[in-house]
Design a protein around this ligand. Structure first.
Ligand code: CDP
Length: 223
């Protein structure tokens, strides 16, 4: 059976990761969370305790190894052989990830890795520029949106579940700042591809939004 490429893009907290992971599970596809790769580079820079500069970060890139491994709990992210899947979700990484992701050498290296990972199809990849830059010819492009209040509430509850307590207002502020940064950067900004299907998840359950994505995929596969 043909194996397609599914690109899921959208702003922070729009439900991309969960939807992408569950849709991949349903289809027997690989799920690739590209945000985790940008987060891993950011963590590597934070660990280095160096100033923020393109040169520092481009040099660092040549000396680190990022790997994505599939486990029964979804994707695990490794930095230089160490499982950093939890560490990359810290508030500190989240606060610094957008400026690191806006650097040209970072995008070049990670986009190359992402294209390689999706080369044979059978992937659901989520991020900000998957449908526009990484796989402009993806078979199915989804753009998830949701109100900023819904996104802030989801993220606050997600963090609480992991033992991090932040107010909804603070999270909302961070989300607005990050969206602005991601959508106004020069290289590969967050934007909806013209041929993407937009789904507003503000009032949808994870099950319903996953069902929609799987439905679109099955329709394409049946042609
Ligand atoms: O899950 P959440 O929406 O909080 O973010 P993420 O998907 O983990 O992505 C974290 C950050 O990485 C984003 O805010 C972007 O700055 C960057 N990113 C990107 O530039 N391009 C991608 N394809 C994926 C993430």
């Amino acid at each position: 059976m043909k194996k397609i490429i599914i690109a899921i893009d959208g702003p922070a907290g729009s439900g991309k990761s969960t939807t992408a992971r569950l849709a991949a599970e349903r289809l027997g596809y690989i799920y690739i969370d590209t945000g985790a790769m940008y987060r891993a580079v950011t963590l590597a820079w934070l660990k280095q305790n160096e100033v923020f500069s393109e040169d520092v970060i481009c040099n660092l890139l040549d000396n680190i190894k990022i790997e994505l491994k599939q486990s029964e709990y979804g994707q695990r992210t490794y930095l230089n052989g160490e499982d950093v899947s939890d560490e990359i979700r810290s508030i500190e990484v989240t606060k610094n990830v957008s400026p690191v992701s806006a650097i040209g050498c970072v995008r070049e290296k990670l986009v190359d890795m992402q294209r390689e990972l999706g080369r044979n199809g059978g992937v659901v990849m989520d991020g900000r520029d998957i449908g526009t830059v990484v796989f402009p010819n993806a078979d199915l492009k989804i753009f998830l949106i949701a109100s900023v209040d819904a996104r802030a509430m989801r993220r606050t509850l997600e963090l609480k579940g992991k033992g991090t307590f932040e107010s909804v207002e603070e999270i909302k502020k961070q989300i607005i700042e990050r969206d602005l940064y991601d959508s106004s950067r020069d290289i590969s900004p967050l934007k909806q591809a013209e041929d993407a299907i937009e789904i507003d998840t503000s009032n949808l359950t994870i099950e319903v939004q996953t069902e929609k994505v799987v439905g679109f995929a099955l329709e394409i596969l049946s042609k």
